[in-house]
Design a protein around this ligand. Structure first.
Ligand code: FMN
Length: 167
């Protein structure tokens, strides 16, 4: 069994979530390729695919959206899970589902979508991003919950390989 875990990340928070998901799934003796979405040429070699993106102004980043667009037909033929890394603060905001996710899920028959709280580190932001987040009074900090993230990855591993999982 071979699984692709790929995520678009501007400032690294989503990439680290994808790493944690990949590592958790590997614990079930599943082979995981953890690569950037822009380097994916085909998904035919994979038994399942997990695609994530950081959220910016309510949207997924372009490399993750393009991956789904370019490989929609092949993705529709295998189990796919999606995740987004975005909301920040306690409680995390914004809390709404992203508008583009439902049609994307329907198109590729995705099994699920999880929104994980993200990280906002002002030292990594450009001038415009800093101005936007300041205007929105967005709280700085790392709101990612790696216990929750690993639990979701374990659910996926269990769905793919029920006998092998010790979550
Ligand atoms: C300019 C800017 C706009 C953002 N817009 C949103 C948004 O619309 N919705 C959301 O949930 N998070 C938003 N975020 C929060 C980021 O998506 C979050 O911090 C995420 O974890 C960043 O992922 P990355 O480090 O992988 O790029 C925004 C962050 C910045 C800097």
């Amino acid at each position: 069994m071979r699984v692709l875990v790929t995520a678009a990340s501007k400032h690294g928070a989503t990439a680290e979530i994808a790493d944690a998901i990949a590592n958790k799934i590997r614990e079930s003796d599943i082979t995981v390729d953890r690569v950037l979405p822009e380097t994916v040429l085909a998904v035919d070699a994979y038994d399942a695919v997990i695609i994530g993106s950081g959220v910016y102004a309510g949207h997924w980043l372009a490399p993750a959206r393009s991956l789904v667009d370019h490989h929609a037909a092949a993705l529709a033929q295998r189990p796919v899970w999606l995740f987004s890394s975005g909301p920040i603060g306690d409680p995390p905001k914004p809390a709404e589902e992203l508008v583009e996710i439902a049609p994307m899920m329907e198109r590729i028959g995705a099994r699920g979508h999880r929104i994980f709280p993200g990280r906002l580190d002002p030292t990594t932001l450009g001038l415009v991003e800093r101005a936007v987040t300041a205007a929105l009074r967005a709280p700085h900090g790392d709101y990612r919950d790696f216990t929750e993230i690993r639990a979701w990855a374990a659910e996926i591993a269990a769905a793919l390989k029920p006998a092998a999982v010790g979550a």
